[in-house]
Design a protein around this ligand. Structure first.
Ligand code: PAF
Length: 284
C-alpha cells in the first residue's frame, strides 16, 4: 500500500525506519510509461521506492507554461499504487520552499547551452529542487529519464560537486511505437501535431545512421537532421545540436562520445529528444 505524505516532517518520520537502499524517482506528476519504467528500476534495485510529485515553479520561466502543466494527483497516485511504490511525497509549495527560502543551486558549463540557453533559469530551478529532494530523502539511488539528457548531466554534476551521496541513474527513453518519446507535454499536441511529432526521432535516427556509416563532421550530421525536420511543415525547429557528450560544447568533428539533441515546437508545445553516440573503445 502506497503511503502519501505532504510535509517534510511526515517524510522524515516515514523514512526513519524504512528498509534501505532507498530508490528515489523525482517527478512533476502526470505520470506515464516512462515514469513507470523508473519506478520499476527502483523496485528492482532498492528495498524502498520513494516517488515525489511536485510541479516545481522555479524551473518554469513562463508562468503560462507552469499554469498549463498537466496535473492529476488521483491518476498519479493510482499509478504509484499499481507500481507498488512505498512512499509518495506530494508536498505543497511551502513545504519545498518554506518562507524565507533564499538559496539557488546553479550548475556551470553543462547547464548553459541547449535547454539552458533556450530556457534561462530552468536548470537553476531543477538543480535547486533536486538538491532539496536528495537532502530530504537521502536515497542511495535516484532515477531519471535519458530523454532529458542535459538534465541528467546537470544533476550528476550538482550531486558530485555538492558531495551528495545519491547515485544518479539514467534510464532509457520510453517511446511510442512510432518513435515519439513519452513526455507529459505530449498531451497538448493536436491530432495533426501528434502525427507529425515522430519526426524528432526520425531526424535523430538519420543523424545516428550517418555517424554509423562513418560520417564524423558535426556540421554534416546537423544538416542531415535539419533536412529530415524540414520535411515536416508543422515542425518549427528551435535547435539541432551535435555536442560533446561530456561537456555539451558544440563539436566540429565527432571524435569521442557525442550527444545529438533537438528541440522542436509544434504550435505552442515544445518537444525535446536526443540520441547518445557512444564511442567504440577500439576507435577512441
Ligand atoms: O524531469 C522532471 O520531471 C523534473 O525536472 C524534476 C527532475 C522532477 C525536477 O523537478
Amino acid at each position: 500500500m502506497t503511503r502519501v505524505l505532504r510535509t517534510r516532517a511526515e517524510l522524515r518520520a516515514a523514512l526513519a525506519d524504512t528498509p534501505r537502499p532507498i530508490g528515489l524517482v523525482p517527478t512533476m506528476g502526470w505520470l506515464h510509461e516512462g515514469h513507470r519504467s523508473l519506478m520499476r528500476r527502483a523496485r528492482e534495485a532498492d528495498a524502498t521506492t520513494v516517488v515525489t510529485i511536485f510541479v516545481n515553479p522555479r524551473q518554469f520561466g513562463d508562468p503560462a507554461d507552469l499554469a498549463k502543466y498537466p496535473r492529476s494527483e488521483a491518476r498519479d497516485l493510482a499509478i504509484c499504487e499499481e507500481e507498488r511504490v512505498d512512499l509518495v511525497w506530494a508536498p505543497p509549495v511551502e513545504e519545498v520552499y518554506p518562507p524565507g527560502f533564499d538559496t539557488t543551486v546553479s550548475v556551470g558549463q553543462v547547464a548553459s547551452p541547449l535547454e539552458g540557453s533556450a530556457r534561462p533559469g530552468h536548470f537553476d530551478g531543477v538543480a535547486t529542487v533536486v538538491a532539496i529532494l536528495f537532502a530530504l530523502v537521502g536515497a542511495e539511488h535516484a532515477y531519471f529519464g535519458q530523454k532529458d539528457a542535459q538534465q541528467v548531466m546537470v544533476i550528476r554534476q550538482m550531486a558530485r560537486d555538492l558531495a551528495l551521496p545519491t547515485a544518479v541513474i539514467a534510464c532509457p527513453t520510453v517511446r511510442e511505437p512510432d518513435g515519439l518519446a513519452l513526455s507529459s507535454r505530449n498531451v497538448h499536441l493536436t491530432a495533426e501535431q501528434r502525427a507529425a511529432a515522430p519526426v524528432l526521432h526520425r531526424a535523430l535516427a538519420a543523424g545516428r545512421e550517418a555517424w554509423e556509416h562513418g560520417e564524423r563532421s558535426a556540421a554534416t550530421i546537423r544538416e542531415r537532421m535539419r533536412a529530415v525536420l524540414a520535411g515536416e511543415p508543422l515542425a518549427d525547429v528551435d535547435y539541432v545540436s551535435v555536442a560533446d557528450g561530456r561537456t555539451l560544447r558544440e563539436l566540429d568533428t565527432i571524435d569521442g562520445p557525442a550527444l545529438l539533441s533537438l528541440a522542436v515546437r509544434f504550435g505552442p508545445t515544445r518537444l525535446i529528444d536526443n540520441e547518445v553516440l557512444e564511442v567504440d573503445p577500439t576507435e577512441a
